[in-house]
Write a protein that binds this ligand. Structure first.
Ligand code: SDX
Length: 448
């Protein structure tokens, strides 16, 4: 079923490039150049400049790719102006309930359709069969310095999977791809938990094949030998929701990194390891850690919410209001809304509260009344409330971005696969505007 879907849809997408489409006209150097105009599903227009350099020796200039569509995709739709996010057309608001779970959404993103009961059972069985790490890989954790950043461990161990599963490096076969993808998704959970255990000097527990994906992750994270770790239903539901909300977000920094590495026909493990490294950046997936530091500092009295807003607006101050603003959303990030409400729900079910949630709400209220943020269309993004929910689950801040990576992994895999299956895809090789010296001679060192 999904095979037909994958190859079928790829043909449809490439037809869009070949069909007769409206033109844009570029007037430059006395020439009039006609360029095809492509139209997206929501009517968004893109000028196809893919042959501009080969035909006319002219490039476009867009350093951070803000005005550049790098691919056609059917996976995730984001409407930044209206705060809309849909996975394969399904609004994420429909996932804000205990059923579906993360594995079902992973299948949806990778194969394009919701799995049947039989497909979901087979997927679960594959994930369970691949949950253990090779003992050689597991032993390597003990050689790592205890304070190793968990994201460094995740990137390193993703690459290491290529050493233990070299059969899954060339992936031109659908079955090999499924095996590689399920190994990566399942083992990423074990690697993430072991990174945490290493940082705490705890013994490594083994996965429990009787547990589902999120419950098994929580078991790997928090079980202590000979002490039964009880996984609260509200905690497992919250973990599923956090991973679902992070599962894909079209061509963000880390996903476009995975695509670029994959465009060289690099293997899935290496491509996703590169995605982990990009996600680690504080402007991207690392922001949720910075948000918690900011909220904690306010709560501990280090600064007031008003000080925070003032610092964020001060151009001479590098401080940013972390968890606010977005390259695409110029409206409330729909994920932030769901995470904020989920935090309320989890605390109510756990009969607990977190003063940082009150601090976050106060900060949001101040920012959203302030013309600096209003004029720049800066709203809470996915990172503003995610940390508070993760803290309620018991996840420590140094693991927040790792959880983001665990959630984003199916999205990276889906995007890598969509590109891998596109027969028109070439290796990514951007051009540049060279503005350096055009010609100089070598000067021997005694004459310098
Ligand atoms: C993620 O791309 C994705 O989809 C990413 C992501 C995903 O799911 O993969 O959604 C996940 O990365 C969310 C973003 C997490 N990062 C943060 O929360 C870090 C704080 N945010 C900012 O660094 C910033 O908003 C960015 C990087 C997220 C977006 O930057 P933009 O759109 O390029 O905005 P910009 O830098 O052009 O800023 C426009 C103006 C500037 O002021 P002026 O020069 O116009 O006076 O807004 C200001 C900026 O200084 N601004 C902020 C701000 N964000 C932007 N000022 C204070 N605090 C902020 N957070």
């Amino acid at each position: 079923m999904h095979e037909t879907f994958l190859f079928g849809r790829m043909e449809n997408m490439n037809d869009a490039i070949n069909n007769e489409v409206p033109k844009a006209v570029l007037h430059i150097d006395g020439k009039q150049i006609e360029l095809p105009v492509l139209t997206a599903a929501d009517g968004h227009k893109a000028v196809d400049v893919s042959k501009l350099y080969d035909k006319y020796g002219i490039t476009t200039f867009d350093p951070s790719l803000n005005s550049t569509s790098v691919c056609q995709s059917t996976i995730t739709y984001v409407d930044g102006n209206n705060g809309i996010l849909r996975y394969r057309g399904i609004p994420i608001e429909q996932f804000d309930r205990p059923q579906p779970n993360f594995i079902e959404i992973a299948w949806l993103l990778i194969f394009g359709v919701l799995p049947t009961r039989a497909e979901l059972r087979e997927f679960r069985d594959r994930l369970t069969s691949h949950e253990l790490l090779h003992e050689g890989l597991r032993e390597q954790f003990s050689d790592l310095p205890p304070k190793s950043p968990p994201m460094a461990i995740l990137a390193a161990m993703f690459s290491q999977l290529a050493c233990y599963h070299e059969k899954f490096l060339p992936l031109d076969d659908e079955e090999l791809f499924i095996e590689a993808a399920t190994r990566l998704i399942s083992k990423a959970r074990t690697i993430a938990a072991y990174a945490y255990r290493r940082s705490k000097g705890l013994p490594f527990t083994y996965p429990d094949p009787a547990l589902r994906y999120c419950a098994n992750f929580l078991h790997l994270m928090f079980s202590i030998p000979y002490q039964q770790y009880i996984i609260g239903e509200e905690v497992e539901d919250a973990m599923n929701l956090v991973l679902i909300l992070h599962a894909d977000h079209e061509q963000n920094c880390s996903t476009s990194t995975v695509r670029t590495v994959g465009s060289a026909r690099a293997n899935l493990f290496a491509s996703c390891a590169a995605g982990v490294s990009a996600l680690w950046g504080p402007l991207h997936g690392g922001a949720n850690v910075e948000v918690m530091k900011m909220l904690e500092s306010i709560y501990q009295g280090g600064m007031t919410p008003e000080d925070c807003i003032k610092a964020a607006k001060d151009k001479d101050n590098p401080f940013k209001l972390f968890g606010f603003g977005h390259r695409v959303y110029k409206n409330y990030d729909p994920r932030a809304k769901i995470l904020r409400n989920a935090a309320d729900r989890v605390f109510a079910r756990m009969k607990e509260s977190d003063p940082l949630l009150d601090v976050a709400r106060k900060l949001e209220e101040l920012a959203r009344k302030d013309s600096y943020f209003i004029d720049r269309q800066l709203y809470p993004n996915v990172d503003f409330y995610s940390g508070i929910l993760l803290r309620a689950i018991g996840i420590p801040p140094n693991m927040f971005t790792v959880i983001f990576a665990l959630g984003r992994l199916p999205g990276w895999i889906a995007q890598w696969k969509e590109q891998h299956d596109n027969p028109l895809q070439k290796i990514n090789r951007p051009r540049q505007l060279y503005v350096g010296e055009m010609h100089k001679n070598y000067v021997p060192i005694d004459e310098r």
